[in-house]
Design a protein around this ligand. Structure first.
Ligand SMILES: [Zn+2]
Length: 733
């Protein structure tokens, strides 16, 4: 490898000034596996250092770029090593680029031609195992272009041969497609229903349920409530082939309903990968698009054992499509008042929180709700909260960050950065000066040495050369450092920003500014807002991540539905007890509480007198002023309950029980003496039935309907806790 063919030196391609620049060895191996398998090739690539030395480059002027080892990205943007190579060539530091197979350097034709063009402009040479090429020479350039084309053609042919082989096999129904749950492949290759009867029963149950309930979410809820798990055969690992029972989830059920295998249809090419939607760094990724049944590459009916008929399969597809169309037509209003839709992330599970709207007396109000676990796994929701208080906090933060004074501060900060840079720059120049001086001294020492003393002269010559190389390296490093200088704002740009900053608060409040405009502005400066509620209490931790990554943290107070959710509920009741004990009236107690800083569950500063009255009654203070339910119970016949007493017995909010009464789920009548009080009829069995009903999962009672994409069709009934709170308080007014 380190030998030089005689014509390479002789033909004058390598000039002295080439050797003054760097020889860059670009090492790459497209995947980790290749790095392992072709260790030999990697070693050869590193061995090119010897070849560079043989071509006349001192070892100190050889640079190895190997950042791309194990990267398979097809374009230059995802290969930092290639990008660095291009940068070095552009800066004119490179005299020779060495690679094992030159055309493999670039992978994609475009990169390859760009590399040749750059080398030609910068006067750099290219070299591989076969020779040295000067891209400014016509013959060499032709050869380089041809090498690139050959490589691309080779890759293309390999890919095409693989694809057409697969397709032919699939056309005969012989290509093994991945089997879904409920199927096994016999050692002979034949596909059969899973011999495990429970596995089969669950699959049949899922299809039966969808036929009956009509939405994927309803099926999921049923499976979760009844703790049904889906049996899958392990595809790999030590337990390969054994049945593993997995919790059902939304997408899994959708996939099951869409999979034609269950109808006995052998299908191939049901989706197409859109390569233009590729993820950076993933060569084989891309957005997968499902194709309509008519566009599948292969469809053979009756080729596999079936769980359902083809008609039922088609019916299910139509149903799924109809569900989705309905969900799309009912999307949340874009002009809705919740400003942070799409920006709020759940601090508990990390998923994005959804916005839901409800019409109340205050108009349209929004909530942020983490539905992810609920929709996907049928588990309880993480958290939900009113939108307003969070929006207000974030908007205040944004407007104060964009206020002229704050901007002035960041301009000052930028200047400080500039000053610090100037200091670093001075240090750089001192280093360069010192290197210049070292070169100078080495030169003088060499010149002063007596020519007769050859040993000393040779040593001094080497030292002089080393000093020169060191100086050249340092100079290039400095150049690189200077290129990284951040862009500096011109005085005109600064003035424009200052003028704009003065306008922003006015612009924000202007009647012509729409909600969509405001949302757009927030999205421009904020990346995300992460919220974590402290259990059911009013305390919320909010972290705002600004564009650019800076974070600000804040402890916020949110409105809650029930008074006993408040973190200071024990302290509050203690104070009310004490103040009532002092003989203060409702208004006086409300005034004292406000003065002591107790807020209402809705985060208002002062309780209404009526709310105090209700609390006092609920806490059993001033028994003389009101009926006490416990002592009252005696006046009722057995199997008769005051509504509040029964609610207490079951351990549920009285308002919910009242709601059930209104819906006719429990029977009761109004008290003739005090018509606002209800008497419920419930014997022992009935009490137990109600207790069981109350313990069902949240949302069960409302019988909400869900679409297959997990979007609630009717979110207005989603606010059960609110209703409790409001009813609780309202009943006292
Ligand atoms: Zn969550």
């Amino acid at each position: 490898m380190s030998t030089v063919l005689p014509y390479e030196r002789g033909d004058g391609k390598i000039q002295g000034w080439h050797r003054d620049r760097l020889a860059v060895i670009y090492v790459r191996q497209s995947s980790r596996q290749q790095v392992l398998d072709h260790g030999e090739s990697t070693r050869l690539q590193y061995g090119l250092t010897g070849r560079a030395a043989a071509l006349g480059w001192p070892a100190s002027r050889v640079m190895v770029i190997d950042e791309d080892l194990g990267r398979s990205a097809a374009n230059a943007a995802e290969r930092p090593g290639f990008a660095r190579l291009v940068a070095e060539i552009t800066m004119g530091h490179v005299g020779l680029v060495l690679g094992l197979e030159m055309s493999r350097l670039a992978r994609a034709g475009r990169d390859w031609h760009q590399l040749i063009e750059l080398c030609s402009l910068a006067g750099a040479l290219l070299a591989d195992a076969d020779g040295v090429y000067d891209p400014n020479w016509y013959n060499d350039r032709l050869l380089l272009g041809l090498k690139g084309t050959m490589t691309e053609l080779e890759l293309h042919l390999i890919r095409q041969r693989m694809a057409s082989g697969r397709l032919a096999k699939a056309g005969r129904g012989e290509l093994a497609v991945p089997l879904p749950a409920g199927y096994v492949r016999r050692p002979s290759g034949e596909v059969a229903l899973d011999p495990d009867e429970q596995v089969q029963a669950v699959i049949r149950l899922v299809f039966g349920l969808f036929e009956q309930l009509g939405t994927v979410h309803a099926v999921l809820r049923f499976l979760v409530e009844h703790q049904v798990r889906i049996g899958m055969r392990e595809r790999s690992g030590p337990g390969k082939g054994e049945v593993a029972w997995r919790a059902p989830h939304q997408q899994g059920l959708v996939n099951m309903l869409r999979n034609p295998v269950y109808a006995g249809i052998y299908a191939y090419g049901r989706s197409r990968t859109d390569r233009s939607r590729r993820l950076p760094g993933h060569e084989h990724s891309g957005r997968v698009r499902r194709l309509d049944a008519g566009q599948w590459l292969v469809r053979i009916e009756g080729a596999l054992p079936a769980y359902i008929s083809v008609e039922q399969y088609e019916r299910n597809q139509a149903r799924l499509a109809a569900n989705r169309a309905r969900a799309e037509s009912l999307g949340a209003p874009r002009e809705g008042p919740a400003l942070l839709g799409g920006l709020v992330a759940c601090g508990i599970c990390g998923h994005r929180m959804q916005v839901s709207y409800e019409t109340s007396r205050q108009g349209l109000t929004g909530r942020y709700c983490c539905q992810r676990r609920h929709h996907t796994y049928g588990e309880p929701r993480c958290q939900q909260m009113a939108a307003r208080f969070l929006d207000d906090h974030v908007v205040a933060q944004v407007l104060s960050a964009l206020a002229p004074a704050a901007l002035e501060l960041s301009v000052t900060a930028t200047r400080q950065v500039e000053t610090r840079r100037a200091e670093v720059d001075r240090i750089w120049r001192q280093r360069l000066e010192r290197a210049d001086f070292a070169c100078d001294r080495a030169r003088r020492q060499y010149q002063l040495a007596e020519p007769e003393n050859r040993l000393v002269a040779r040593q001094l010559e080497r030292e002089w050369e080393a000093a020169l190389a060191e100086r050249a390296n340092l100079g290039e490093d400095y150049e690189r450092y200077q290129r990284q200088r951040p862009a500096r704002l011109s005085p005109a740009e600064l003035a424009a920003i200052r003028a704009l900053a003065g306008d922003i608060p006015a612009l924000w409040a202007a009647p012509t500014t729409t909600m969509a405009d405001r949302k757009r502005l927030l999205r421009a400066v904020i990346e995300s807002v992460q919220v974590t509620a402290d259990g059911a209490t009013e305390r919320v931790q909010a972290t705002v991540t600004w564009a650019g990554g800076h974070q600000t943290h804040a402890a916020l107070l949110r409105p809650v539905a029930r008074i006993d959710q408040l973190s200071y509920y024990p302290a509050l009741t203690g104070r009310i007890r004490a103040l009532a004990g002092e003989g203060l009236g409702n208004a006086a107690i409300a005034g004292r509480l406000a003065a002591e800083g107790f807020c209402t569950p809705r985060q208002h500063e002062r309780f209404h007198d009526g709310e105090i009255q209700h609390l006092i009654r609920r806490l059993g203070l001033r028994p003389g002023l009101d009926h006490d339910h416990r002592t009252d119970q005696g006046s009722l016949a057995p199997g008769q309950w005051w509504l509040a007493a029964l609610a207490r017995e079951i351990g549920m909010p009285a308002a919910t029980l009242f709601g059930w009464l209104k819906r006719g789920w429990v029977t009761g009548r109004q008290d003739t003496r005090a018509p606002y009080r209800w008497i419920i009829t419930a014997d022992h069995a009935e009490v137990e039935r109600l207790r069981a009903l109350h313990q069902l999962p949240a949302g069960y009672h409302n019988r909400r309907r869900w679409t297959d994409d997990g979007i609630p069709i009717d979110t207005s009934k989603d606010k059960e806790p609110d209703n409790h709170g409001r009813e609780d308080l309202r009943s006292s007014h």
